[in-house]
Design a protein around this ligand. Structure first.
Ligand SMILES: Nc1ncnc2c1ncn2[C@@H]1O[C@H](COP(=O)(O)OP(=O)(O)OP(=O)(O)O)[C@@H](O)[C@H]1O
Ligand SMILES: [Mg+2]
Length: 362
């Protein structure tokens, strides 16, 4: 087991800055997610931790050791690659058991451990086959099995469940989280799926164009995103961001002709960022933190109904507020009859305000 420290880590490919001055400390035993859109530098970061890519600058510590220039074998990390990278000429059993074989674990124990982990991942009946004879999702689980069969000091996962259907994904991620909690092996998990990062990780780093946008627990980054990028990347549908004008003296903002009180916004009282009278801001509010009324209501702004989508235990309502599309989540299993024009009241305690440069007013 070991902590991982990335210090001023950068990687450029020609003119492309894939990873840009990343500083992160991943605690011993932590389940840490790197989350961000395609091309933001997640795989490159993971490959540098594994020793498969040399940093352009910066340092990587694993445990107390500077590993920046060590080869992959010296690092004792197990990695699941985005493209699985199974050995095509070996059976699944040989693939999964390979890390044990190179460590000279005897055959009986090898068989036992390969069988256990493969059963847990639902590929126990495929052990005789070769990678070319199983589906993509099965190959992916075989790659996960191979990574976790040996208890390395660090697990590195690169989108290890991306190719599975919803049910298998849910089951496999439950297995991974359970296993990680049992073994307490420091884990870095790369994904572009915000729900997966939220469900699995102790902490999440959200990456934007090679830079760390925010680090925190799932609750912290979900409830208090520091930038509109983070706010709109987390949540499905993401946070609503409504253009508004600030009335600083009255502690109000104006949205679609209505005045909305923001005096309960914790930021507004101890503001450190400069905001000025009449400044244009964005009001951030999650779809589950808005109440919907059929009639005009205090502290609410008008909206035009666009569509309702019943999802079983909840109903997702999409509306238009001037030029902005807004989502509201209603916790009801009965699709409501709504008029065309409705009123939306954001929970005053959940309101966040962002400046036009994208930063939280704080
Ligand atoms: N070997 C390489 N040569 C040139 N550019 C590269 C190389 N590897 C990655 N890049 C570029 O670096 C950037 C980051 O790539 P990376 O694979 O780390 O992204 P990612 O976050 O893993 O994306 P995805 O979610 O699509 O897997 C991208 O712009 C990519 O095109
Ligand atoms: Mg990638």
């Amino acid at each position: 087991m070991a902590s991982i420290v990335l210090k001023d880590l950068s990687k450029t490919f020609g003119k492309v800055v894939a990873v840009d001055q990343v500083n992160l400390t991943i605690q011993d035993g932590e389940f840490f997610a790197l989350l961000g859109p395609s091309g933001c530098g997640k795989t490159t970061t993971l490959r540098m931790i594994a020793g498969l890519e040399t940093p352009t600058s910066g340092t990587i510590f694993i445990g107390d050791q500077d590993m920046t220039n060590c080869n992959p074998r010296e690092r004792d990390v197990a990695m699941v690659f985005q493209d699985y990278a199974l050995y095509p000429h070996m059976t699944i059993e040989e693939n999964v058991g390979y890390p044990l074989k190179v460590r000279r674990i005897n055959q009986a124990e090898r068989k036992q451990r390969v069988t256990d982990v493969s059963n847990n991942l639902g590929i126990g009946s495929l052990l005789e086959r070769r990678p070319g004879q199983i589906s993509g999702g099965q190959q992916q689980r075989a790659a996960v099995a191979r990574a976790v069969v040996h208890h390395a000091q660090v697990f590195l996962f690169d989108e290890p469940l991306s190719n599975l259907d919803a049910k298998l994904r849910f089951e496999s991620r439950g297995f991974l989280k359970h296993l990680q909690k049992e073994l307490q092996i420091t884990t870095v998990y790369v994904t572009h799926d915000q729900a997966e990062a939220m469900a699995l990780a102790d902490r999440i780093a959200i990456i934007d164009h090679g830079k760390v946008a925010q680090v925190g627990s799932p609750q912290e980054v979900y409830l208090r995103p520091q930038t509109v990028f983070v706010a709109s990347f987390l949540g499905n549908p993401p946070m609503n961001l409504l253009p508004c004008k600030l009335d600083l003296a009255k502690r109000q903002v104006q949205i679609n002709g209505s005045q909305i009180d923001v005096s309960q916004v914790s930021q507004i009282n101890g503001i450190k960022t400069l905001v000025s009278e009449g400044e244009n801001l964005s009001l951030g509010i999650r779809p589950e933190h808005i109440s919907l009324y059929a009639e005009e209501t205090a502290q609410a702004f008008p909206a035009e109904l666009y569509v309702t989508q019943p999802l079983g235990s909840e109903v997702l309502v999409t509306l238009q507020v001037a030029e902005t599309t807004v989502s509201v989540r209603l916790f009801t299993d009965e699709p409501p009859e709504l008029p065309r024009r409705v009123w939306l009241k954001p929970d005053p305690k959940r309101i966040l305000l962002y400046r036009t440069d994208g930063n939280l007013v704080a």
